[in-house]
Design a protein around this ligand. Structure first.
Ligand code: NAD
Length: 375
């Protein structure tokens, strides 16, 4: 049996080696694609090409008895690698005439990422850090674009210091909240103004498929090239009213981060042995723990600022707290019938989304399970 098994394993090793060689060939081709795209200013993420390519590979795979989802998984993972390597060829500069780009807070996490992206696109980039204000006039002199990327609670104060920019300079910010910074930029600068919110952190491998929200302020015709530059970097841009954005962020960021914070606080006080908990964990609990635990690997000031950025956030969190109380009452009364009734009402509210979310999460859980090693 051992001989038979070893022979088969040798053959599998041989196929795996061929797969590695094929992947190396594919990545080398992708590198060339990156160079061509960079030269011609084409976006690194081409959704139509990606969808068409996946559809035909799925069809070809099925014809050969390979599950369509298997080839899709392999290709999607390979494409992620491609997107992050394509950025190494740099990007076409859409506004070569632009005077310097100044990133206020450019040594920080997100400012640093944008500094890299602008530099990779051939712009002349300067940084104005917290200790550089005595040289601010020199750094800002003749700026064509100023990007503010400082901690939220300092943003408005920093924007107010930018009242002497050249009139045609574009002023924008990357703050996670939009109404107040946008209003302050409009009050401070008479030229083109746009509020931006990159919906990602500094740890993304590339900007492919990432979203950048823009809240138009003034003179949008002067910064269309900038939005287009983001598209070349692979991002999707999404226009939104600043108030509407902040309302959405109350749920998407403030409430979510707060519930993670409260859950983390609860866990730390209950003080279970995390190693044991992980041994017992289903993939879904591990993912949940990862989503909560990752918060505590980041900057508490950023999350504190996001949660505390508006009274609406605190009101929303208080309403959530009250609903927790309502749900606990059902438990205290041991009222299973009411539990089921409330459950069904929520399920009805989710509608078709609950089935869709079930499918999506199943895919994620399978991937989470794949990466587990039980030695
Ligand atoms: P960070 O703390 O890493 O960077 C902020 C930078 O600003 C630091 O280098 C700091 O020295 C500098 N700074 C502080 N005061 C300054 C001043 N007076 N003048 C000039 N520079 C000053 O923070 P970050 O995570 O990069 O966040 C920056 C902005 O990006 C915030 O508005 C945040 O809401 C937004 N944002 C962050 C993320 C993220 O995941 N990190 C995602 C989306 C948006």
């Amino acid at each position: 049996m051992a001989v038979e098994l070893n022979e088969l394993r040798d053959q599998i090793d041989e196929v795996d080696k061929q797969m590695v060689a094929l992947l190396a060939r594919r990545l080398a081709l992708v590198e060339k694609v990156g160079e061509v795209k960079s030269k011609h200013g084409l976006p690194i993420y081409a959704p139509d090409r990606e969808a068409a390519m996946l559809a035909s590979r799925r069809e070809e795979a099925e014809k050969q008895g390979v599950p369509a989802q298997l080839i899709e998984d392999i290709l999607r993972r390979t494409m992620r690698e491609s997107y992050s390597s394509e950025k190494d060829s740099g990007f076409k500069c859409l506004n070569p005439e632009l005077r310097s780009v100044v990133i206020v807070g450019g040594k920080g996490q997100l400012g640093g990422l944008f500094k890299r992206m602008f530099t990779l696109s051939g712009y002349q980039v300067k940084v104005l850090g917290s200790k550089d204000w005595d040289r601010a006039d020199e750094i800002l002199k003749g700026a064509g674009l100023v990007v503010v990327s400082v901690p939220i609670h300092l943003t408005e104060g920093v924007i107010r210091k930018l009242s002497d920019l050249p009139e045609d300079c574009i002023l924008c910010d990357l703050t996670s909240i939009k109404s107040k910074p946008l209003q302050t930029m409009m009050e401070t600068h008479a030229g083109p103004v746009v509020g931006l919110h990159p919906m990602f952190g500094p740890d993304v491998p590339s900007l492919a498929k990432q979203v950048i929200v823009h809240c138009d302020g003034r003179g949008s015709e002067h910064y269309q090239w900038l939005l287009q530059q983001f598209v070349i970097w692979g991002a999707s841009v999404c226009a939104m009213d600043a108030k509407e954005h902040d309302k959405g962020m109350t749920l998407i960021q403030a409430l979510r981060h707060f519930t993670s914070f409260a859950y983390g606080m609860h866990l730390s006080k209950e003080n279970p042995d995390l190693d044991k908990l992980l041994q017992l964990s289903s993939p879904i609990y591990r993912l949940e723990l990862a989503m909560i635990g990752r918060l505590f690997a980041q900057d508490p000031n950023l999350y504190g600022d996001i949660i505390l950025s508006s009274e609406e956030n605190i009101d929303m969190i208080k309403r959530f707290h009250a609903r927790f109380g309502e749900a606990i009452q059902i438990l205290e009364q041991h009222n299973k019938a009411e539990f089921v009734e409330s459950f069904n009402k929520v399920s009805e509210w989710f509608g078709d989304y609950s089935a869709q979310f079930m499918l999506e999460s199943q895919k994620l859980l399978k991937q989470a399970n794949d990466s587990i090693h039980r030695g």
